[in-house]
Design a protein around this ligand. Structure first.
Ligand SMILES: Cc1ncc(COP(=O)(O)O)c(C=O)c1O
Length: 353
């Protein structure tokens, strides 16, 4: 498959902005209208805040490549994975003409980003066990379907999608299949990231916002064929990855053992919460979770949600999503927070149902 043929012709033709730091990054730098004297904020953990960051994100991509065992040429860092979702739509979907396939229920930003970019959405429901219905999904595509978003583990259902189903879509779809692995660290065996070297139309998104505990730093990344990465670099904002964030990400990648400890702690807590919840009257179903959150269905979910909110416990009401009537989603918190949640949930179910 020729990726360039899938991209919008104006993007293929685009002459990208040539930023000062992409042309030169050393010497007497009088080219970018920076403040050469210094920055008003000094002694911050990162130096040279008066200078623009590297537009090619070279140091971070190389470090990330070592962590993932992928060439850095196959990687791009975005301002969260939300930025990458938007960039993919802007590259591949001609506004007012093309569409993206979204497999529901899933993360809401795919649709919002399509709406922003005037790309139509073709929604296909997952099967009853929240897996992909491969024939139905493939047959929803038409000549203008350029992108497909899959989320594994899926938010808000929590489960991994079957790898073989994902790869069947990659082989059968004449467009880009974007697999969002925001929660993959909680069950890494389900990842398809290494397959990006085998399939040019498979792209995998990940983030430092979840397992790594860096939601505030805003960094997500894309692993993809070099042709897709080149298109992304053509249209991204010149200096999207700031010096503070890249410094933090490089440090984080030296601390992957700590991330693994967080993952084990969260997974253990998740099992404990599921076990306790299973014994509560009024809990109708707890869905399998390969992520750091739990989706459950309960009686009177509207009122349970409101009751918890009144007690200061904020979870997500997902009951308006397709297939999720009566469903709420809680993120695994600290042990103390989880205990407060369980107690309040027990009270809510006793008082309301
Ligand atoms: C599935 C999924 N993808 C992407 C994101 C956004 O991640 P980021 O913080 O990297 O923008 C989220 C955030 O909740 C998510 O659930």
């Amino acid at each position: 498959m020729n990726i360039i043929d899938l991209a919008r012709p104006n993007i293929v033709k685009l002459q990208p902005y040539s930023s000062a730091r992409s042309e030169n990054s050393s010497g007497i730098l009088l080219d970018a209208n920076e403040n050469s004297i210094g920055s008003v904020v000094e002694n911050y953990p990162v130096d040279d805040l008066n200078r623009y960051p590297d537009p090619n994100q070279k140091a971070v991509r190389i470090k990330l490549g070592e962590y993932l065992n992928l060439p850095y040429e196959n990687l791009y860092c975005g301002v969260g994975s939300d930025e990458i979702i938007d960039l993919l739509i802007r590259i591949f979907c001609e506004p007012g003409r093309d569409n993206a396939i979204i497999v529901e229920p899933t993360y809401g930003m795919y649709k919002v980003a399509c709406d922003i970019n005037d790309a139509a959405v073709k929604s296909v429901n997952l099967s009853d066990d929240f897996q992909i219905d491969v024939p139905k999904t493939l047959s929803s595509a038409d000549a203008n379907s350029k992108l497909m978003f899959l989320c594994s583990p899926n938010n808000p259902t929590g489960n991994l999608l079957n790898k073989e189903d994902i790869l069947s879509l990659v082989r059968g779809f004449n467009g880009i299949v974007a697999v969002d692995e925001a929660y993959i660290e909680f069950n890494e065996k389900g990842s398809v990231i290494n397959e990006v070297l085998n399939y040019p139309n498979l792209v995998v998104l990940r983030t430092f916002s979840k397992a790594w505990g860096l939601a505030g730093a805003r960094c997500g990344y894309l692993a993809a064929d070099e042709s897709v990465i080149s298109l992304i670099f053509k249209i991204k904002a010149p200096y999207n990855l700031n010096r503070l964030t890249s410094g933090i990400i490089i440090e984080a990648l030296d601390k992957k053992e700590k991330k693994e400890i967080f993952v084990s702690m969260i997974n253990l807590e998740k099992e404990r919460i599921i076990e306790k919840m299973a014994s509560l009257k009024g809990i109708e179903k707890i869905f399998t979770s390969d992520a750091n959150f739990i989706l459950f269905r309960c009686s009177n979910s509207d009122n349970v949600y409101k009751y918890l909110l009144e007690k200061g416990i904020v979870i997500r009401d997902r009951s308006s999503h397709p297939m999720l009537k009566g469903c709420l989603r809680m993120s695994v918190g600290t042990r103390h927070e989880n205990d407060l949640f369980l107690t309040a949930l027990w009270r809510a179910l006793c008082e309301i149902s």
